[in-house]
Ligand binder design. Structure first.
Ligand SMILES: C[S@@+](CC[C@H](N)C(=O)[O-])C[C@H]1O[C@@H](n2cnc3c(N)ncnc32)[C@H](O)[C@@H]1O
Length: 244
């Protein structure tokens, strides 16, 4: 039974990796268009929540085309070092020149890696980020525990994920846009048949914010809190690794 679970998980990961490789050339453009540039504000809010001190090390997991790393660089300059990891080679290929143009140098790096199998020594990072990656991961508890291992005591995890506005007109209008219009626009520009249908499906499967916050606590994080952004279209989750 356990083998079956593991192989299903691998299939899912392989499907996600191939999908992002194929949409990579259109990814940034469609992010800005489909979110009406709100994605820029969401990443800024994520990075601000890290409250990084000079000399700290950040790991940006599922970094994609490096927009979080670039925002960290923009906000903190050379005072912090950033490493981005992603398992989709085509996303990383696009990330490289963007990262270089944003400051380059030794304080910034990229590596091909799976979030389940991070090639770093334990307790080496002051902060870990993941923007819009966690909903693609079936076994969220295991990944959260891996992140806890990678953080120094007192280190911070900040996760952004798409959500759904709770109530009222905003919810109805948003659901119409997200479930009906967005897949059409995404398909038109990306030429990918199902990536932008998978997007609302994967958001619908993501647990409610309170439930995901409980998962973070169960994985060992403390001071876990979450904050809806843009009426709950996105949610920012923050938690800290206990000091002892
Ligand atoms: C929606 S994109 C987000 C990219 C970027 N964080 C951003 O803010 O635009 C999701 C990314 O997660 C990556 N990803 C998904 N599962 C992963 C895993 N298990 N390990 C590493 N990367 C993963 C995908 O390859 C993709 O680049």
């Amino acid at each position: 039974m356990q083998d079956l679970g593991l192989s299903m998980n691998r299939n899912e990961l392989e499907f996600v990796r191939e999908m992002f490789d194929r949409i990579a050339p259109h990814y940034d453009f469609l992010n800005r268009l489909l979110s009406l540039r709100q994605d820029v504000y969401w990443r800024k809010t994520l990075v601000a929540s890290l409250e990084l001190a000079p000399g700290t090390r950040v790991l940006d997991t599922a970094c994609g085309t490096a927009d979080v790393g670039i925002e960290i660089k923009r906000r903190y300059g050379g005072r912090v070092s950033v490493t981005g990891i992603d398992f989709a080679p085509q996303m990383l290929r696009l990330a490289k020149p963007k990262f270089r143009d944003a400051g380059g140098g030794a304080a910034i790096g990229l590596a091909a890696a799976d979030a389940f199998d991070l090639p770093f020594a334990a307790a080496g990072f002051d902060a870990i980020t993941m923007a819009f990656g966690i909903r693609n991961i079936q076994d969220k508890s295991t990944v959260l525990k891996r992140f806890l291992d990678q953080l120094k005591p007192g280190g911070r995890l900040a996760i952004l994920e798409l959500g759904t506005p709770d109530r009222g007109m905003a919810r109805h209008a948003y659901l119409f846009y997200f479930n009906r219009l967005l897949p059409l626009i995404g398909r038109l520009f990306s030429k990918h048949n199902f990536a932008y249908t998978y997007l609302p499906d994967s958001v619908a499967r993501f647990p409610a914010a309170g439930e995901f916050a409980r998962m973070m606590r169960r994985a060992g994080f403390e001071h876990v809190r979450y904050r809806p952004l843009t009426k709950g279209v996105t949610v920012l989750f923050v938690g800290d690794k206990p000091v002892v």
